[in-house]
Design a binder for this molecule. Structure first.
Ligand SMILES: [Zn+2]
Length: 101
């Protein structure tokens, strides 16, 4: 899970304060105020629905990217395939776990 800090207007403090934003895959999962510790969290069901909704688009974008890579440099593309075939399911499993947990 990726976390980054940024300044946001806190709903409780009512002023701009530093917040930590936690991402699950591509989606904001939780935001915590550093001043008052107030947290806003998106329910796992909502995150999962967003994740599943975006998967077909991501698969289409990946197919387009792979086609472009295969046309641009076929040898490099073929040599990278075994690693990608192994890594992509692992990556998707990690994303799904982040979204659901
Ligand atoms: Zn606050």
């Amino acid at each position: 899970m990726i976390a980054c800090q940024t300044e946001l207007d806190c709903l409780y403090c009512g002023r701009p304060t530093v917040h930590t934003v936690f991402y699950a895959s591509l989606y904001i999962k939780r935001i915590v105020c550093h001043r008052c510790a107030h947290a806003v969290e998106k329910p796992a069901a909502v995150l999962l629905r967003q994740y599943c909704r975006d998967l077909p688009w991501r698969a289409t974008a990946l197919a387009r990217r792979l086609k472009h890579e295969a046309q641009a440099d076929p040898l490099l593309f073929v040599s990278s395939l075994p690693r990608r075939v192994v890594n992509k399911p692992i990556e998707l499993s990690r994303e799904l776990a982040e979204v659901c947990l």
